[in-house]
Design a protein around this ligand. Structure first.
Ligand code: NAD
Ligand code: UDP
Length: 327
C-alpha cells in the first residue's frame, strides 16, 4: 500500500486531499498543528485503519517512522486575515517547514508536492498569469509574509530537486473554494455567504472592480492528484480561468442566497491584487486537466454546506474581524 504524508490535513484543502487519497486506496498520514485547521474536517477518517494523525508543528523537526512514498505539503495559513494575524508562523511554515519536509522527502526517497499559490505573482502586471511570469510582489507589504514565504518555498524546492535529486512537484493554486472553508477566515466566499446567512450587508473592499477566478475544490484536488503522478517538476497553475469582478460576484451571492441586504464598501486592503486569472495551458498540455465545475454548480454546493452549519456555529464565529484586515 502506498503511504502518503499530508501536512495541513485538518485544513480546507488538506482534508479534501486526505479524502481523495483514502478513496484511492492509499495509507494516509495527516499532520497538522491546528493553528487555522479544525479536527472536525477529518474526524470521519479517524475510525479508518489506513488513516493516522499527528498533531505536530512542521516548523519543528519532523520524525516519521516507516517508509513513505509521497508528501503533500499543504500546511500554511492561507487567508489574508490569517496571515496578518500570524505573520511569523506564516513565514516559518513556508520556509523552515518546507525545509523540514524536503529533508524528510530526501531521507525517505519520497516524492514531494508543495502547495504554492497565485500570490507569488503578487499584483500581476501580466494577465492572465502564465507560469513564466516572475510576479510583482511588495516584499515588505502586509501580504509579503505569505507571498515571500511561498516564493522561498518554490526556490528551496527547486534547489532540493537540482542538488539532491529529490522528486519535487510545485502546484500554483488559484483561489479555490468549497465545503469546509472556515466561516470566519475572511476569504471572500465564506465572508459573503456568512453575511447573507446572518442577515448582514455584504462587505466589498475597494470599488469591487478587482477580479478573481474561483476554482471548485474537486477540480483543484484532481489537478493536484494528476500533477503528483506526473513526471513534471516545473510549476503548474491549477485554477478555473472563469474570471469575475468582486462586485458582480456579490450580485451572484445575493441571487443565490436571496438575501435582502445591500452591499457596503470598505477601503481596498494594501496590495490587494487588482486582477487574477490563471493561464492553464500548461495544466491542459502536461496533465490533460481543466476545471469542470461551473461557478454556479460549485457555489450551490458550497452554500448548502454553510447552510447546514448550526446557527450557534454561524453566530459564534468572529465574523467582524475583517475590520482589522482593512486598516
Ligand atoms: P487552511 O488554513 O484551511 O489549511 C491550512 C492548514 O495548515 C490548517 O489546518 C493549519 O492548522 C495547518 N498549519 C498551518 N501551519 C502549520 C504548521 N506550522 N504545522 C502544521 N500544520 C500547520 O488553508 P487552505 O485553504 O486549505 O490552504 C492549504 C494550502 O494551500 C496552503 O499552503 C495554502 O497556501 C495553499 N493555497 C490555498 C489556496 C486556496 O484558495 N484555498 C490558494 C492558494 C494556495
Ligand atoms: N473581499 C471583499 N470583501 C470581503 C472579503 C474579501 O471584497 O469581505 C475581496 C478582497 O479584497 C479581494 C477578493 O475579495 O479583492 C478576494 O479576497 P480573498 O481574501 O478571498 O482572496 P485573495 O485576495 O487572497 O485572492
Amino acid at each position: 500500500m502506498k503511504r502518503i504524508l499530508i501536512t495541513g490535513a485538518a485544513g480546507f484543502l488538506g482534508s479534501h486531499l486526505c479524502d481523495r487519497f483514502i478513496a484511492e486506496g492509499y495509507s494516509v498520514i495527516g499532520m497538522d498543528n491546528l493553528i487555522t485547521g479544525d479536527l472536525k474536517n477529518i474526524e470521519h477518517l479517524f475510525k479508518l485503519q489506513n488513516f493516522e494523525f499527528y498533531h505536530h508543528d512542521v516548523t519543528k523537526f519532523v520524525h516519521l517512522p516507516g517508509h513513505l512514498d509521497y508528501i503533500l505539503h499543504f500546511a500554511s495559513p492561507a487567508s489574508p486575515i490569517d496571515y496578518l494575524k500570524i505573520p511569523i508562523q506564516t513565514l516559518k511554515v513556508g520556509s523552515l517547514g518546507t525545509h523540514n519536509l524536503l529533508g524528510l522527502a530526501r531521507v525517505k526517497k519520497a516524492r514531494i508536492l508543495i502547495a504554492s499559490t497565485s500570490e507569488i505573482y503578487g499584483d500581476p502586471l501580466v494577465h492572465p498569469q502564465t507560469e513564466d511570469y516572475y510576479g510583482n510582489v511588495n516584499t515588505i507589504g502586509p501580504r509579503g509574509v505569505y507571498d515571500e514565504a511561498k516564493r522561498f518555498q518554490e526556490s528551496i524546492t527547486m534547489a532540493y530537486h537540482t542538488f539532491h535529486g529529490v522528486e519535487t512537484r510545485i502546484v500554483r493554486i488559484f483561489n479555490t473554494y468549497g465545503p469546509r472553508m472556515r466561516l470566519n477566515d475572511g476569504r471572500v466566499i465564506p465572508a459573503f455567504i456568512g453575511q447573507a446567512l446572518r442577515g448582514e450587508d455584504l462587505t466589498i473592499f475597494g470599488d469591487g472592480s478587482q477580479t478573481r477566478s474561483f476554482c471548485y475544490v474537486t477540480d483543484q484536488v484532481e489537478g493536484i492528484y494528476r500533477l503528483l503522478h506526473s513526471d513534471y517538476s516545473q510549476p503548474v497553475n491549477v485554477g478555473n480561468p472563469n474570471e469575475i469582478t468582486i462586485k458582480d460576484f456579490a450580485d451572484e451571492i445575493i441571487k443565490l442566497t436571496g438575501t435582502t441586504q445591500k452591499v457596503v464598501y470598505y477601503p481596498l486592503p494594501i496590495n490587494d491584487p487588482m486582477q487574477r486569472q490563471p493561464d492553464t495551458t500548461r495544466a491542459k498540455e502536461i496533465l490533460g486537466w481543466e476545471a469542470k465545475v461551473s461557478r454556479e454548480e460549485g457555489m450551490k454546493l458550497t452554500y448548502e454546506y454553510f447552510k447546514s452549519l448550526s446557527s450557534e456555529e454561524l453566530l459564534k464565529e468572529d465574523h467582524k474581524n475583517f475590520k482589522s484586515y482593512i486598516h
